[in-house]
Design a protein around this ligand. Structure first.
Ligand code: IPM
Ligand code: MN
Length: 376
């Protein structure tokens, strides 16, 4: 089977870690019955600064005909924050309607967690993050009392929440708001994915994250949908946890979790916490999944411009993103081979990435993993 993959290495350390991920995928292709046809795209901060273009529509169309996207990282010190995040990464997620962001939190053997007394048997769960709604929809406004006269009425009403309108005349005030949106359909499809995933993997509990005690409109809907969907999975245990408490439980009792389903922003925040308890950003992969469309696989870490081009970055997160991609294709044997190879390298400890206290360069880690790939 040949898979056509759009490769977008992006900025900073993105290209270095993707290079190693491709190395590992190539060695998988030598041993297992899979082939890859990689097509490279130059998008990212450098390309934007040169051309003024973030992601052209023709590229989106072309990528729409491919089997998956393998993505490095976005973020460039000379590009204002938001331009690339919104214009490239979120654009891809939204355009291809990748409504599931699957983020495994797995402490590999041979890696230390900062959590005292916890080992790889305790930290092994999945966060299913909703990936298209919530506070990521980009609905918001910012007002200054001495501008935007046309919006005076709206402005007055908003100001009356916090400011005395009378005082506005002599002193410009500012106010901004941003709206989170949850739809029944959007919540249902990702919650159903989480339950199906739980069942498919033979796991027994799905934990839902929200903040329905304060943001009761949007997360009230999320809760209702979770309750309804859960009825179709009577064998699966469920629980609701507020996001603040969840942050505590991730640290205190990570062994409790198997599948955690979360709205977009809470999922974003919790998976950075998840990344650190599994040993660091260098080990945390992510899949942006549209089960019926084009999915995208990337490390959770960003472009880390400080470390770019120095061979310091740990490529394991990108390599494990490749593993998630193979699982998504149903190439379970090949995916397992990558996982086993990573485990061997980490347990042996001879070739150890810098962020785990070793001395190996990005490409040495990639070489070591690629070498361990074999028919098992
Ligand atoms: C992530 C990142 C992105 C997000 C940013 C770069 C837009 O933090 O993948 O977790 O917030 O989703
Ligand atoms: Mn994030």
């Amino acid at each position: 089977m040949t898979y056509r993959i759009a490769v977008i290495p992006g900025d900073g350390v993105g290209p270095e870690v993707i290079r190693e991920g491709l190395k590992v995928l190539d060695s998988v292709a030598e041993v297992y019955n899979v082939k890859f046809d990689f097509r490279f795209y130059p998008y990212g901060g450098g390309y934007y600064l040169k051309t003024g273009e973030v992601l052209p529509d023709e590229a989106l169309k072309e990528i729409g005909g491919m089997d998956a996207i393998y993505f490095g990282a976005v973020g460039h010190p000379e590009v204002p924050p938001g331009v690339l995040e919104r214009g490239l990464l979120l654009k891809l997620r939204f355009y291809f309607d990748q409504y599931v962001n699957l983020r495994p939190v797995t402490l590999y053997p041979g890696v230390e967690t900062p959590l005292k007394g916890k080992g790889s048997q305790d930290i092994n769960f999945y966060v299913v993050r909703e990936n298209t709604e919530d506070f990521y929809v980009g609905l918001g406004c910012r007002f200054r009392s001495d501008r935007y006269k046309a919006n005076l009425n709206v402005k007055r009403r908003l100001y009356s929440l916090r400011f005395n309108v009378e005082t506005l005349a002599d002193k410009p005030e500012e106010l901004a708001y941003q709206i989170g949106v949850i739809t029944r359909r959007g919540a249902e499809r990702v919650i159903r994915y989480a339950f199906d995933f739980c069942r498919r993997r033979g796991l027994k509990r799905v934990s839902s994250v929200d903040k329905a005690n304060v943001l009761s409109e949007i997360y009230g809907l999320w809760r209702d949908v979770f309750n309804e969907v859960s009825k179709d999975y009577p064998e699966i245990e469920t629980e609701f946890t507020f996001v603040d408490a969840m942050a505590m439980w991730f640290v205190k009792n990570p062994e409790r979790f198997q599948v955690v389903v979360a709205p977009n922003m809470f999922g974003d925040i919790l998976t950075d916490l998840g990344a650190i308890i599994q040993g660091g950003m260098g080990l945390a992969p992510s899949g942006n999944i549209n089960p019926e469309g084009v999915s995208m696989f990337e490390p959770i870490h960003g472009s880390a411009p400080k470390y770019a081009g120095k061979g310091l970055a740990n490529p394991i997160a990108a390599i494990l993103a490749g593993k998630l991609m193979l699982e998504h294709f149903g190439e379970n044997e090949a995916a397992q081979a990558i996982d086993n190879a990573v485990k061997k390298v980490l347990v042996e400890g001879k070739v150890r990435p810098r962020d785990l206290g070793g001395k190996a360069s990005t490409s040495e880690v990639g070489d070591a993993v690629a070498e361990k790939i074999s028919k098992q």
